[in-house]
Design a protein around this ligand. Structure first.
Ligand code: SF4
Length: 406
């Protein structure tokens, strides 16, 4: 399984809670402008493919392609289609591949969505966040619930699947506000809904307002209650959880995101995007500031793969591409021990759970039974699956298992 992620680091304006790698400037220099962005990503694809070949990494055709951001739909639809065409030429795309873009409801209309569908996209994920005007205002979101409904109608008409993202725990959001948002999302008729707890980074406008006391601090108990409300309403509507923050009707799960949780290979393109390879030569850490690729340069430690991350700033990222360098800020080998830890952390996020026999004696039957006794997991057919309580206390389970591993 091989996946491609393309990050689009542009937004119309920065939302007060957001610390993603995104920029409101139209042109960041070194070719990293909105109008030239597709060309730069296509050039990065060629460099990454050449790196893979040089290191003996032969990936199958891409099973999923995902455009995230930022706001991918700030670019022309033709730019997204051109990048998708380039993925097809570079790696190939499987016949039944899942091709998704995230979308800001303000930036798409029926013609835009139709152009994406004609270009090969078959899934669109709308950032809805809330259906309640005062919550949207707190989150600095400009769209209205009507825009979301219009976007989904356009996606349906174009034969695309759609999903909406919600955020819970915004300052001032009541439990009834949250019920309204979840029910509105359900009434939109989508087959996939994501719901994320608001995390407030201190370096954001919202983080500074909370630190200054002009906004209340999000409350863990409030967020836990809202998670339970979401799970209850979504399950009743026929959308079952398949990952801690994701619910879908059967067959509508996001295959791209499941790939991350199953730890498959993926190439991330664009400023700040991460890549992951299971079978890769050992890395020197980190790639130096001049970006020379030192991968495979003499480190003989046994590893279970490699992760790398692109330079975050678009100007420096563009400069590296213009100089023909792979635009990575760094890379590191994944040791066998780290790989085991990742397997635990990722496996305990998903409904298919963790195969417990894979840990041999490193995690004893007694440990698993204690977690089951505490109501945190169920164990059936040698798989541990987090319960609702276990999803809420996921960190507790992971901490206990990692301590057991020593
Ligand atoms: S639209 Fe999304 S990525 Fe852009 S600033 Fe707002 S939250 Fe961040």
């Amino acid at each position: 399984m091989f996946e491609v992620y393309i990050h689009v680091p542009f937004c119309m304006r920065r939302c007060g809670y957001c610390d993603f790698n995104t920029y409101t400037a139209i042109d960041m220099g070194a070719g990293a402008s909105r109008s030239n962005y597709a060309n730069m990503v296509i050039r990065e694809m060629a460099i990454v493919r050449e790196w893979q070949e040089r290191h003996g990494i032969a990936e199958p055709t891409a099973g999923t392609v995902f455009f995230g951001g930022g706001t991918p739909t700030i670019l022309k639809a033709a730019d997204l289609v051109n990048m998708l065409d380039a993925v097809r030429k570079t790696w190939g795309i499987a016949d039944n591949a899942e091709i998704t873009t995230e979308a800001n409801p303000d930036t798409v209309d029926a013609d835009y969505v139709r152009e994406l569908a004609d270009g090969g996209f078959n899934r669109i994920s709308f950032g809805m966040q809330s259906a309640v005007p005062h919550v949207l205002k707190t989150l600095d979101r400009t769209h209205t619930p009507d825009n979301v409904a219009a976007g989904i109608a356009a996606a349906n008409k174009a034969g695309m699947r759609s999903s909406v993202d919600l955020i819970y725990g915004a300052p001032g959001e009541s439990l009834d506000d949250w019920r309204t948002s979840v029910n509105t999302a359900i009434d939109l008729g989508v087959n996939h809904i994501s719901a994320y707890a608001l995390t407030v980074a201190p370096n954001t406008t919202m983080g500074r307002r909370i630190a200054a006391g002009t906004l209340p601090t999000p409350d863990d108990d409030d967020e836990a209650t809202k998670y339970e409300i979401a799970d209850s309403l979504l399950s009743a509507a026929g959308l079952e959880w398949y990952e801690i923050s994701n619910w879908a009707r059967s067959g509508y799960e996001s295959r791209h995101n499941l790939g991350y949780w199953r730890n498959v290979d993926w190439a991330g393109l664009g400023p700040g995007a991460h890549s992951h390879y299971n079978a890769a030569p050992p890395a020197h850490v980190p790639v130096p500031p001049d970006g020379r690729c030192l991968i495979g340069g003499g480190n003989t430690e046994a590893t279970s793969g490699l992760r790398s991350w692109d330079i975050a700033h678009p100007h420096l990222w563009g400069t590296a591409i213009n100089e023909g360098r792979i635009p990575w800020a760094g890379s590191e080998s994944i040791t066998a021990e780290e790989n085991l830890e990742e397997t635990i952390m990722l496996g305990l996020r998903i409904r298919e759970g963790l195969e417990i026999t894979q840990f041999g004696g490193a995690i004893t039957e007694t440990t698993w039974r204690e977690l089951e006794h505490d109501g945190l997991v169920t164990i059936e057919h040698h798989r541990a699956v987090p319960t609702l309580r276990g999803r809420l206390l996921n960190d507790t389970i992971i901490t206990k298992l990692l301590e057991t591993l020593g």
